[in-house]
Design a protein around this ligand. Structure first.
Ligand code: PMP
Length: 379
């Protein structure tokens, strides 16, 4: 029997935690809480509605917002689409200019490209070589007809953290809405939306040991953000996101957030130690360099350029490690990462870069084994 590769791809997705799975299972069968949360006439529906409410509170607590500001979606791709298209369509009389960055996730970039086809204008800011967005560049890109800025919190390929506090101050002063894709920071960095001038924030459960297919959008109400929905139907979620609420998915996301709040600070320091262990073990190898800023980064992601190594040979040599060259979201492409290219890496350097992402179940032994496998590829 061949053993499974060592999983170092937690930024692509995480396994669901056992506690999450148990909670989800309790919402599926006849014996469980399977009711439709919108069935207000009987106990089954009322119980499911209460569970959805509890989960909304669990997510809200992790980011310090009122539960009613959260809307369930099918994931962050939908949350990003709803935030960006929703603002664009609702406020188009006010202006048709949007600012984002070249290093966003495709669910933001492709939504912006779609809107360009609908008569909107989009400025795509180039990050610095270290992956950070320059605040002066951002400020200079804003215009009187700018209605939205969309900048992610933590980059999914490099782990680089953007200064969303400072960006929010700039956008709030200019009365421009600010959307943040926080998929890679939820549960991994403290987020306090009470103190951040962020109007919209997108989340996904499957990066924090919850299930795939569920996410949420935070919609601020001071100043109030109005959105045009993407879909029309039964009026659920304030008619902004109609459709029967999937109780099992929702309680799974709630439980994942509840757990994240409990373990976050210990987990950050443990994972950070593992990342440092990995980097120490490989940084001395010929032609190896770190992609992105050395400090403004999340604990679990290490993006390394193995300069002048052939991508295919390197990946074959590292086949006992489950990792990723670009993000899993650039499905089926052999194209060099648009994120690394935006930071100024050549096609060749981007192509021989690898993302290692570490998570809750990664052990010191696994990191040590990974180091040996990588070192072995140099012999
Ligand atoms: N934004 C970022 C930064 C991501 O990493 C991902 C997932 N790879 C998404 C958005 C899309 O999230 P989902 O899988 O929930 O649609």
């Amino acid at each position: 029997m061949t053993s499974k590769p060592i999983y170092l791809d937690y930024a692509a997705t995480t396994p669901a935690d056992e506690r999450v799975i148990a909670k989800m299972q309790s919402c599926l069968s006849l014996e469980g809480d399977f009711g439709n949360p919108a069935s207000a006439t009987h106990e089954f529906g009322l119980k499911a509605k209460a569970l959805v409410g509890e989960a909304r509170e669990q997510v809200a607590r992790l980011i310090q917002v009122e539960p009613r500001c959260l809307l369930w979606t099918s994931g962050a791709t939908e949350a990003n689409n709803l935030a960006i298209q929703g603002v664009a369509k609702y406020y188009q009389q006010k202006g048709k200019h949007i600012v984002t960055s070249q290093s966003e996730h495709n669910s933001v970039l492709d939504t912006c490209r779609f809107l360009e086809g609908q008569g909107f204008e989009v400025s795509y800011l180039k990050p610095n070589a270290d992956g950070r967005i320059d605040l002066k560049t951002l400020d200079a890109a804003l215009r009187t007809d700018t209605i939205l800025v969309s900048i992610m919190h933590v980059n999914n390929e490099t782990g680089i953290i953007q200064d969303i506090e400072a960006i929010g101050k700039i956008t709030r002063e200019r009365e421009i809405f600010f959307h943040v894709d926080a998929v890679q920071s939820l549960g991994k960095l403290p987020i306090n939306l009470k103190t951040l001038a962020v109007d919209l924030m997108s989340f996904s459960a499957h990066k924090i040991y919850g299930p795939k297919g569920i996410g949420a959008l935070y919609i601020g109400n001071w100043p109030r953000v109005r959105l045009q929905p993407l879909m029309y139907g039964g009026g659920q979620e304030r008619a902004l996101r109609p459709g029967t609420l999937p109780t099992h998915q929702i309680v799974g996301m709630g439980e994942a957030c509840h757990m994240a709040a409990e373990v976050m600070s210990d987990e950050i320091s443990r994972i950070q130690k593992l990342r440092k262990q990995l980097w120490q073990g490989i940084q001395g190898l010929a032609g190896v360099s770190l992609n992105g800023h050395p400090e403004y980064r999340t604990a679990g992601i290490l993006n390394v350029c193995f300069n002048q190594r052939d991508r295919k040979t390197l990946l074959a040599q590292l086949s006992t490690l489950a990792l990723s060259t670009a993000s899993a979201c650039n499905v089926g492409t052999e194209e060099p990462s648009h994120i690394l290219k935006a930071m100024g890496l050549s096609d060749e350097a981007a192509n021989c870069s690898i993302r290692f992402s570490i998570g809750r179940y990664t052990t010191e032994q696994e990191i040590e084994q990974a180091i040996q496998i990588i070192q072995g590829a140099y012999q």
